[in-house]
Design a protein around this ligand. Structure first.
Ligand SMILES: [Zn+2]
Length: 234
């Protein structure tokens, strides 16, 4: 199969190695390569409508290869549903045009302590297996003179969650966006999530969860970390 930029994608089992690990081992170990989601330069040249048409064709092919009868009434609409869901919903955060616009307000209350927005539920998808990651994000910042609407904190989490992700990158992308939006290093992000690729397949561990954190500026001190943890423990 040849994709747009000429990269050959071949399924070659266990013959491809990165740093001595196979593709399969890398997927199950959830290694990640950087803070930016790996996107092609021309990722958004194709319109959303054209992408949906193409994805529906390709997904129909996957179903067909698996032997599913696409003429069945229950399956007929699935390729179109999946295509629409990918572009408009669960992977909509790939496209910068969907990035939430962040309005800042003056810190009129002169509130100088940390603000914590906790238990922000999100749904993402593991980029190694394309199965769900379900979790909670906890965000905190100390105002440098400006404050952000609380719902915007939720929206920033949702935007970066709606991509094929790895949890470390999701954590850092949210932190970077907060730092830029609020013009301060003093931000913290903690993510506690369950990966269905770990619980429903592979090692099949039902109870494990993954916790990642980012402590910037004054948050990167034992006292501030303890204070933040205290708010999260309630
Ligand atoms: Zn995975």
């Amino acid at each position: 199969m040849e994709i747009e930029n000429g990269t050959q994608i071949k399924y070659n089992g266990r013959t491809s190695y990165v740093n001595g690990f196979t593709d399969e081992e890398i997927g199950d170990d959830h290694m990640y390569t950087g803070i930016d989601t790996p996107l092609r330069q021309n990722a958004f040249e194709m319109s959303d409508d054209d992408k949906k048409i193409r994805i529906a064709e390709l997904f129909a092919e996957i179903m067909d290869v698996m032997g599913l009868d696409l003429s069945d009434d229950s399956l007929r609409g699935t390729p179109n549903r999946v295509a629409k869901m990918y572009i408009d919903e669960i992977f909509s955060g790939l496209n910068p045009k969907n990035k939430p616009k962040v309005a800042l307000f003056d810190n009129k209350y002169k509130y100088q302590q940390m603000l914590v927005e906790k238990n922000i539920t999100f749904y993402s998808n593991c980029e190694h297996h394309f199965v769900p990651i379900v979790g909670k994000a906890h965000l905190a910042y100390i105002s440098s003179g400006k404050v952000i609407g609380l719902s915007k904190l939720n929206r920033i989490v949702q935007y970066f969650a709606k991509r094929p992700q790895v949890q470390e990158r999701l954590t850092n992308q949210i932190a970077l966006e907060l730092k830029q939006a609020l013009n301060t290093e003093d931000v913290a992000v903690i993510i506690d999530a369950k990966h269905l690729c770990v619980s429903s397949r592979g090692i099949k561990d039902e109870s494990s969860a993954t916790v990642t954190s980012y402590y910037g500026g004054v948050f990167n001190t034992p006292a501030k970390i303890a204070e933040l943890q205290n708010y999260l423990n309630d």
